[in-house]
Write a protein that binds this ligand. Structure first.
Ligand SMILES: Cc1cc2nc3c(=O)[nH]c(=O)nc-3n(C[C@H](O)[C@H](O)[C@H](O)COP(=O)(O)O)c2cc1C
Ligand code: SF4
Ligand code: SF4
Length: 281
């Protein structure tokens, strides 16, 4: 059997979860692949159709933003459903969400987005890791390492359920009411987030890391100025991975000593920030 996951990961949490899941499936003797949906990967319509046709089960993985999907994932799902649906043979779909404090999205919302595609949601899991939004609170590395361990167990159960053809729908609960409320407001804030972003010219070294790694291609140079545009998915990648901490939010330059940047679980859990190796690919 072949399990293929399309994923979006702004700062590495979801990529970690999908990569663990992919390894677990392969260790159990099955095939597994993962595809980032970032603009840089440039998945063509033909590729998307071929990937879906060749897989036995299709997964979608993303962080939770305000009880909802990041816009980049919503756009991808709409595109994919338009490209493939309805499939001649119904296929199972699974979802892996990562979140920091509460996942208020839920399987029902996801099933709605897959309507008409021929994909049926048979597994939905939430993996709690940590928040990646700007904060003055230092990352609790021990807590993150424990959550990663719990996440591995959950992903192992997910793999077993999929292989055995069993349903594994988690994430029903009272938190979904919060989701219904915040989904009224958060999408607008996320859509306008790009307007809050800027670059501090005194600390920026013009390395272009932010421009090259933006998953939506929303950072450009116009003359000698950085321009942030609509389409930004508010993933915090530019802010967290700028080597000099020069990305500003609401014009504020946040001192990396006081506002530690979050650079993904492999780089962060139980490791000293001084020895970590940054990697956003
Ligand atoms: C714009 C934005 C909104 C977020 N909203 C939520 C939220 O509603 N609930 C939550 O638990 N975490 C929230 N988070 C935290 C992320 O879901 C969490 O850190 C996730 O694991 C990040 O995954 P990634 O590293 O793959 O991007 C939010 C993060 C961002 C950037
Ligand atoms: S990543 Fe930071 S230092 Fe590099 S160009 Fe962007 S803002 Fe400037
Ligand atoms: S501009 Fe920054 S926050 Fe927006 S999508 Fe690009 S990397 Fe993410």
């Amino acid at each position: 059997m072949k399990y293929t996951t399309f994923y979006f990961s702004g700062t590495g949490n979801t990529r970690w979860a999908v990569s663990e899941f992919t390894n677990i499936i392969q260790e159990k003797g099955h095939q597994a692949e993962m595809f980032a949906i970032d603009i840089g990967t440039q998945l063509t319509d033909v590729q998307i159709r071929t990937i879906v046709n060749e897989a036995d089960s299709i997964g979608f993985a993303n962080p939770i933003y305000g009880g909802d999907l990041p816009p980049i994932m919503r756009t991808f799902l709409n595109r994919m459903v338009g490209l493939i649906g309805p499939l001649a043979t119904v296929k199972n779909a699974y979802v892996i969400n990562t979140y920091g404090y509460v996942n208020a999205f839920g399987p029902k919302e996801m099933q709605k987005l897959l309507a008409g595609s021929g994909l049926t949601l048979t597994a939905y899991v939430n993996i709690q890791l940590c928040n990646n939004v700007t904060s003055s609170k230092p990352l609790d590395r021990t807590k993150l390492a424990k959550r990663m361990e719990r996440g591995r167990h959950e992903l192992n159960h997910l793999a077993d359920s999929l292989i055995a053809g069993r349903k594994r729908i988690k994430g029903h609960g009272p938190q979904l009411l919060i989701g219904a409320m915040i989904r009224q407001k958060v999408p607008e804030a996320i859509a306008k987030f790009y307007q809050t972003l800027g670059v501090d010219r005194t600390t920026c070294t013009r390395c272009m890391v932010c421009v090259k790694n933006c998953p939506t291609g929303s950072i450009r140079m116009k003359g000698d100025k950085f321009v942030f545009s609509a389409g930004c998915t508010a993933c915090m990648r530019c802010y967290n991975f700028c080597p000099t901490g020069a990305i500003t939010i609401d014009g504020v330059v946040a001192d990396p000593q006081k506002f530690p940047r979050y650079q993904g679980p492999e780089a962060s859990a139980l490791r000293d920030p001084a020895t970590r190796q940054d990697d956003v690919s």
